[in-house]
Design a protein around this ligand. Structure first.
Ligand SMILES: Nc1ncnc2c1ncn2[C@@H]1O[C@H](COP(=O)(O)OP(=O)(O)O)[C@@H](O)[C@H]1O
Ligand SMILES: Cc1ncc(C[n+]2csc(CCOP(=O)(O)OP(=O)(O)O)c2C)c(N)n1
Ligand SMILES: [Mg+2]
Length: 303
């Protein structure tokens, strides 16, 4: 049973547990507080050889990103960590990295849990944030809206492949340094015209498909609108790397064209990209002239 089937079954079984709204969005909402949790595991999100300080920043970014995707402001985190013997010498660096990451995102570490681990390092956060004026969800997109992306995608995958041994001229640890869109998320949660939002953790295709499914609309990404200049120096299939790069922590969101959210954001210092539109139907498609291909499953899913 893979990740999304597991979550679907769990959601069915846990229906009626009393929390509103519960499983299904980037964070849950309780009394104007947003709560989210993400874990990173050795061998899955990072390697045995990866310095722990990079791992710590990644787990912060993944969690802060979920609050940004709901239009909120992250405030507090609880940190869970299990450190294996082999990383004993890294413990002081880990503490420094926690302090630095919390400072970068202006959140306070208010608790957590610490354990030893037999072999692998695990780090997890629970993040608590304040709701913005408007709650952004995966389910609010309507048909006939524009689809916006906060920044170009692809470099996280290229740098991950470099860490895994590929010969790219890029920092092998860049994918640990992809920062969450904290400030943009706060702005999006206050404009009032953003209809839905999700962060890019698995990849554009798969994350757009979560938004498409939850909102009940088809999403069409227009290839000619995708910004590719950041991938110029890399000898890769630019479209594939753009739509199939996870752990980017960019935001994908929708709004009606007449609300000109992109111009408003530009006036406020955020240059976002208008990459496509929604329409009646289902699925996520990449269009290039008359050609349309399904990209709903382009991205990462845990086994
Ligand atoms: N083990 C779990 N127990 C309860 N809820 C879960 C679990 N794993 C995932 N979820 C919930 O399922 C939804 C989708 O999870 P995920 O795809 O990991 O979202 P995200 O990319 O925001 O972390 C979220 O609402 C998340 O809280
Ligand atoms: C060693 C290693 N292999 C593969 C990856 C790529 N990778 C691992 S998990 C993941 C997707 C995002 O992780 P997930 O736990 O699903 O985050 P969430 O969607 O819950 O925020 C990606 C792209 C990696 N970072 N490191
Ligand atoms: Mg998650």
């Amino acid at each position: 049973m893979k990740e999304f089937e597991f979550i679907k079954l769990l959601k069915e079984k846990c229906k009626g547990c009393g929390s509103t709204p519960g499983i299904g969005d980037d964070a849950a909402l309780f009394d104007n507080f947003l709560v989210a949790k993400d874990i990173v595991c050795e061998g899955i999100h990072f390697l045995k050889a990866t310095p722990a300080e990079h791992v710590v920043l990644k787990v912060f970014s993944a969690n802060i990103s979920d609050i940004a995707a709901m239009g909120g402001t992250p405030k507090y985190v609880l940190l869970g960590i299990a450190v294996p013997k082999a990383r004993e010498g890294e413990k002081k660096n880990i503490i420094e990295a926690i302090k630095k990451s919390a400072g970068l995102y202006d959140v306070e570490v208010i608790g957590g849990d610490t354990a030893s681990a037999s072999n692998d390092l695990f780090v997890s956060l629970t993040v608590i944030g304040k709701k913005g004026r408007f709650l952004l969800s995966r389910s609010g997109a309507g048909k006939g809206e524009r689809v916006y992306l906060s920044r170009p995608l692809g470099l996280a995958r290229i740098s991950l492949e470099k860490e895994l041994g590929a010969d790219f001229d890029i920092d092998a640890f860049k994918h640990y340094k992809m920062m969450a869109e904290k400030e943009l998320g706060e702005v999006l949660g206050n404009v009032g015209t953003v209809t839905s939002c999700i962060d890019i953790s698995d990849g554009l295709g798969r994350d757009a498909s979560h938004l498409s499914e939850e909102s009940g609309v088809k999403i069409v990404i227009e290839e000619k609108r995708l910004p590719f200049s950041h991938l110029k120096q890399f000898d890769v299939d630019k479209v594939d790397y753009f739509i199939n790069s996870g752990e980017e922590f960019a935001l994908l969101f929708t709004a009606k064209k007449e609300h000109a959210v992109d111009s408003y954001l530009k006036d406020n210092g955020f240059e976002v990209h208008d990459i496509g539109y929604t329409q009646k139907g289902s699925g996520v498609f990449l269009s290039n002239g008359a050609k349309r291909i399904s990209i709903s499953s382009k991205g990462y899913e845990h086994k």
